[in-house]
Design a protein around this ligand. Structure first.
Ligand SMILES: *Cc1c(COP(=O)(O)O)cnc(C)c1O
Length: 473
């Protein structure tokens, strides 16, 4: 493909992209594809000779698009979103065109310095104290692993990095029973093992009970086990429960334990002063992560990791082979030393484009709009008579189930709600997912799409209600 062909194809693609965003409502939101349906259409061997762009693009439309779930569809209420926005897409186009690998300052000084600045902006936007320094990671899973590895090195005086684990020492990590699975994954990868993870009980709102944490820490200390880190969550994955940060942080300070705060999804709401109560006590935390790629209109991937002791983070990861030494030395940041991967994408650019394009107030307005739609939906659920909320609404996630009069058996209700979920998702009009709360099959509906309107939520709710009531006839 020469430059002229590239220009022509790129113009066509941009038209396709604009049409896609304008017409995304027309696609079935959840792919209605059977397992292996796409695979069986793909040739078993690569083409020996080059094919035309038209042929490749044709196959993209015919084979790939029907097998996609449309995450930018306004009827996407599943999991947690990965919302996006036009300025973010434009920045990604530039990032891929530059094709820069931003592992160190020298490999693209602007990428490093822009990252430093936009992470300061983000910290201010969510009300983090200046004592935190930010760095972009690919995902919250990676950021949490970085936090746990840094905590491990601090508590062992960097001995595990040097010699591996001392076979006699025992360690413990703490989180709640509602904590995201990435914490357990990090405990495994960091060498502590799944069994060192203490899952603290939650209250009726699915938030960690601080007294339970205190008791578990004391029991470990008595047994000669060293507490390494506590992971608190602002916005759990099941129900966006908010762990009470201040009492948890006080316990951590008293016992000198690293406190990592996982706000992967709900962290975006901290750009609103009225929602900041969720992070009360954050100044006592050691590290914090949230994903602008979930709810802040930045397309995947972009995870914002903030840490107080940046020196310990760098000391945990830094390795300086001869071929990576540069003349700037300590005067510059080399983000390859701030995480696991060496190679890094230029992700700061999309943050810069999005924050400047909307402005802080523009972003706040969009997030408030989502919260208002969630409050409206909650009222509909409350007043429906045959649906019930199964967890309090903290931000923009509603957890509920269909509960028709006369049916009170848990298993029967679970079966009805599972069938309801499958039936509405099969329409292709909306996509919702589920969790289990206290054994109850729970429908989850998250309102955070870039293009979602009041009428999208109304239509979704009407579909859920009418499907449920029809199922019972
Ligand atoms: C989504 C989520 C994660 C995982 O995020 P990734 O960026 O996909 O690793 C972790 N914790 C919470 C609370 C989440 O909502």
């Amino acid at each position: 493909m020469n430059h002229d062909e590239f220009r022509r194809n790129a113009h066509e693609l941009v038209d396709w992209m604009a049409d896609y965003l304008a017409n995304v409502r027309g696609y079935p939101v959840k792919a209605q594809t059977k397992p292996n349906e796409v695979l069986s259409q793909l040739p078993k061997s690569p083409p020996p000779n080059g094919e035309s762009f038209e042929t490749i693009f044709d196959d993209f439309e015919q084979t790939i698009i029907p097998g996609m779930t449309h995450w930018q569809h306004p009827g996407f209420f599943a999991y947690f979103p990965a919302n996006s926005s036009p300025p973010s897409l434009l920045a990604e186009m530039l990032t891929s065109t530059l094709g820069a690998q931003c592992m160190s300052w020298q490999t693209s000084p602007a990428a490093t310095e822009l990252e430093e600045r936009v992470m300061q902006w983000l910290g201010q936007m969510i009300g983090l104290p200046d004592s935190f320094t930010g760095v972009i990671q690919d995902t919250a899973s990676t950021a949490t692993l970085c936090a746990i590895l840094t905590a491990r090195e601090k508590i062992t005086n960097f001995a595990v990095n040097d010699r591996g684990f001392d076979s006699t020492a025992k360690y413990a990590l703490y989180c709640s029973t509602e904590t995201h699975s990435s914490i357990e994954k990090a405990a495994k990868i960091a060498g502590f093992g799944r069994k060192s993870l203490r899952k603290i009980a939650v209250d009726q709102n699915f938030a960690m009970i601080p007294q339970g944490l205190e008791n578990a820490i004391k029991a470990d200390l008595t047994a000669g086990v060293k507490p390494v880190a506590v992971i608190a969550t602002i916005g759990t994955t099941g129900s966006t429960a908010i762990d009470p940060l201040r009492p948890i942080a006080e316990i951590c300070q008293r016992h000198k334990i690293w406190l990592h705060v996982d706000a992967a999804f709900a962290g975006t709401a901290l750009i609103l002063p009225e929602t900041r109560w969720m992070s009360d006590g954050i100044e006592m935390a050691d590290s914090f992560v949230f994903n602008p790629h979930k709810w802040m209109f930045i397309n995947f991937d972009c995870s914002a990791y903030f840490v107080k002791d940046a020196e310990a983070l760098v000391r945990t990861f830094e390795i300086l082979p001869e071929y990576l030494k540069t003349a700037e030395g300590d005067r510059v940041k080399n983000y390859r030393d701030w995480g696991i991967q060496l190679g890094r994408r230029f992700r700061a650019l999309k943050l810069w484009f999005v924050i400047r394009s909307y402005g802080v107030e523009g972003l706040q307005k969009l997030v408030r709009h989502h919260l208002r739609l969630a409050v409206d939906l909650k009222q509909r659920i409350d007043s429906s008579g045959d649906f019930e909320l199964l967890a309090p609404r903290s931000v923009n996630l509603l957890c509920f189930r269909y509960h028709p009069k006369g049916i009170d058996d848990l298993e029967q209700l679970n079966a009805i709600n599972e069938r309801l979920l499958e039936t509405v998702n099969a329409t292709g009009k909306i996509y919702i997912t589920h969790t289990k709360l206290n054994g109850a099959y729970t429908l989850r509906m998250v309102i955070a799409q870039t293009q979602v309107t009041e009428s999208d939520v109304e239509t979704a709710w009407d579909l859920i209600c009418s499907t449920a009531r029809m199922m019972m006839h």
